[in-house]
Design a protein around this ligand. Structure first.
Ligand SMILES: NC(=O)c1ccc[n+]([C@@H]2O[C@H](COP(=O)([O-])OP(=O)(O)OC[C@H]3O[C@@H](n4cnc5c(N)ncnc54)[C@H](OP(=O)(O)O)[C@@H]3O)[C@@H](O)[C@H]2O)c1
Length: 328
């Protein structure tokens, strides 16, 4: 089979570099072109990929991206994706977008959180493979699920679908992320001396990932993200109430929906830890039930299952390849 010609825009970013690292090892992919921003006129080598990939990262050009690639991965700021993805789709390129530009289906919510994406190109699909496998092969644009939402939705959706949560009960998601979640450009917030030795909550009632989680669960949530002094990894501790009579076995049966999902691992009553998922595409989920009080803990690597790995997993399914190809 001829290799699929892949273009990566944003290849010099954290998500893009992770995509390159995964894609160079994938038997069915040839990296046709990898690009950084338009402002940078020099080509760049990626020291981390020396002897693995002979290519260089080139300055951005939409014409070249279209000419060289069959499939395009976008690891760009959402406003730039919002502008480029429709052009790529129009030119019949299949697009996997890591940004949030096209994740929200509700127009008003998109206007609030992603104002540069007034409409969704046909056919756009939300890219959380465990729940959207069937839609991936027909989509022209896959809006890969966000990092925080991936862990929260994978943990909660089976319980919501099984009707185990008390109606209208609160769902509290206490989320902690390593600093690479903010991208490679340092800011006062993410500078080493600000982050090291500290933990800070941010975006309380104002983080756009809450809207994405609520869209996929069809339930309101209280989502509080924290920045922690790690380079990568997300851990979410989720507090809610289940209906009386729900047992540990009932919870496990609901989560067994992932039996055939190669990247969801259930840790039972042992809470999972970030160190077991970093540099992998796994989402580990554990839970503890006390009468009707339920605590779920879920963790992922934000750059793999929360970004590049998730995109590659969706790519595999969309191209009828083994879901885990290049990811284990
Ligand atoms: N980081 C995460 O954990 C994570 C997880 C899930 C989703 N995401 C999403 O994935 C996207 C990329 O995130 P990231 O963390 O990889 O960001 P990043 O490290 O800041 O990288 C951004 C990339 O976009 C390129 N770029 C910026 N402006 C551009 C322009 N006008 N034209 C062409 N290229 C441009 C940059 O090139 P230069 O190097 O030349 O500046 C760089 O390659 C974002 O939308 C983010 O929300 C990130």
């Amino acid at each position: 089979m001829a290799k699929i010609q892949l273009g990566i825009a944003g290849a010099s970013g954290y998500g893009g570099q992770e995509l390159l690292r995964l894609a160079v090892r994938h038997d069915d992919i040839e990296i046709a072109v990898a690009m950084s921003s338009a402002g940078n006129n020099e080509t760049q080598e990626l020291p981390a990929l020396k002897n693995l990939w002979n290519g260089r990262i080139e300055p951005f050009s939409i014409e070249k991206l279209i000419a060289k690639s069959e499939v395009v991965f976008l690891g760009l700021p959402d406003g730039i994706s919002a502008e480029l993805a429709p052009k790529l789709v129009k030119n019949e390129r299949k697009v996997f977008d890591l940004s949030g530009a096209f994740r929200l289906r509700d127009k008003e919510l998109r206007k609030q959180w992603y104002p540069k994406s007034p409409s969704l190109p046909a056919i756009t699909t939300y890219g959380l493979p465990e729940w959207n496998r069937e839609d991936l092969s027909t989509a022209n644009l896959v809006a890969c699920a966000g990092c925080y939402p991936t862990a929260a939705i994978l943990a909660l959706k089976p319980l919501v679908k099984a009707g185990l949560l008390v109606d209208k009960t609160d769902i509290y998601i206490d989320a902690k992320s390593g600093v690479s979640g903010a991208g490679k450009k340092p800011s006062e917030r993410t500078h080493f001396s600000e982050v090291h030795g500290s933990i800070a909550a941010y975006g309380i009632f104002s983080h756009r990932h809450a809207a994405e989680i609520e869209q996929e669960l069809q339930r309101p949530v209280t989502f509080v993200p924290h920045l922690v002094p790690l380079d990568r990894g997300i851990l979410e501790t989720i507090y809610t109430r289940v209906k009386p009579g729900t047992t540990d076995d009932t919870i496990r049966e609901a989560l067994d929906v992932y039996q055939k999902s190669p990247f969801v691992r259930l840790t039972g009553n042992t809470p999972p830890e970030i160190k077991h998922v970093v540099h992998t595409n796994f989402c580990d989920i554990g839970w503890i039930l006390d009468d009707t009080r339920l605590v779920l803990v879920a963790c992922i690597d934000n750059l793999v299952k929360g970004a590049a790995g998730q995109a590659l997993q969706s790519f595999n399914i969309a191209h009828d390849l083994e879901e885990s190809k290049g990811l284990l």
